[in-house]
Design a protein around this ligand. Sequence first.
Ligand SMILES: NC(=O)c1ccc[n+]([C@@H]2O[C@H](COP(=O)([O-])OP(=O)(O)OC[C@H]3O[C@@H](n4cnc5c(N)ncnc54)[C@H](OP(=O)(O)O)[C@@H]3O)[C@@H](O)[C@H]2O)c1
Length: 347
Amino acid sequence: MEVHRTSDVVNNGSVDPALVPYRVAYSGARIPAIGLGTFGSDHVSAREIAAAVEGAAAVGYRHFDCASVYGNESEIGYALQRVTHGHIQREQLWITSKLWNDKHAEDDVISSCRQSLADLKLNYLDLYLVHWPFPNFHPPGCDVTSRSKEARPYVHADFMKTWRKMEELVALGLVRHIGTSNMTIPKLKLLLRDARIKPAVNEMELHPHFQQPELFEFVRSNGIVPVGYCPIGSPGRPERDRTPEDTEPTQDPVIARIANRLGVHPAIVCLKWAVQRGQVPIPFSTKRDHYLSNLEGIMSGPLTQEEMREISAIDRNCRLIKGQVFMWKEEQSWEDLWDLNGDITPP
Ligand SMILES: NC(=O)c1ccc[n+]([C@@H]2O[C@H](COP(=O)([O-])OP(=O)(O)OC[C@H]3O[C@@H](n4cnc5c(N)ncnc54)[C@H](OP(=O)(O)O)[C@@H]3O)[C@@H](O)[C@H]2O)c1
């Protein structure tokens, strides 16, 4: 993966997308090494996010991370229509969407994907992810104590039924790649054993205070591209995803010192680290200055080896998106969702 110097790539406030680095999926497809997140964290409007998608495409982004549960695919679809009616061809974009947790049933997978396609006004997706391994619905905007009566644990046989339908989406030509999100090593091992089409991507929380080194290495060693969500530490995340123990990578003295050396916002250091380490960050922003500087930032000179080592040492194992709303029984701890002892947590 080539990394170019800023002076070579920034021209009139935009970046030449042909120079943006990329990761190669096992299919050979190129995934732009940074994407724009589109989750408004329950407080940014669909219209603002759609405007950011259009603006980000204009400054050089070609990768957009969408999901039906974000409630904005229809507005983003209009933005994508305007983008592709301009000078950008559909083939130049990498568009991800995700199957929400209440649509894991065999009869729902294909219709959910078709709905996302209709909303996004596309005839195929580059990547379709199972958003969470749990088939548990929670309503948009709910608080941390919200639980679904139908909430269930992970059952591999059920997940495989969903996955077979995901595979069918590829056969139908509706999606080019399928993948997972919020998975753990034991769950991925079973999926890799049983899948006819293996996941091309695993989307997972990754930032300097939550580096998940084991899962990161597992994913890469199995030819799966790690896509990193909350790459800046999600300063605008919903209340339900905040606890007093949470830390902020952008406030870390090591990140701040490197940002100071480079004369950039600490967010940029988080993104440079992410790309240099080998994951694909998908930062969210609706501000042109921010999303442009994020794109420029990953293309300017690399962090030093010493800086990369220093950042690897500030991991605090601080998971921000704990997933409490997906728990399936009383008296349970959110750690159960993440198979911390190396086995799938029993029901
Ligand atoms: N698969 C999953 O389960 C999952 C879970 C969570 C998130 N995601 C995806 O990951 C994306 C990113 O995660 P996230 O949105 O939670 O967190 P994030 O990207 O770590 O942080 C976004 C926040 O950082 C600010 N920001 C961005 N660039 C900045 C800059 N250059 N300087 C200063 N502030 C900056 C943004 O504010 P401004 O708007 O003011 O710039 C926004 O508040 C989501 O949008 C979504 O697409 C996926």
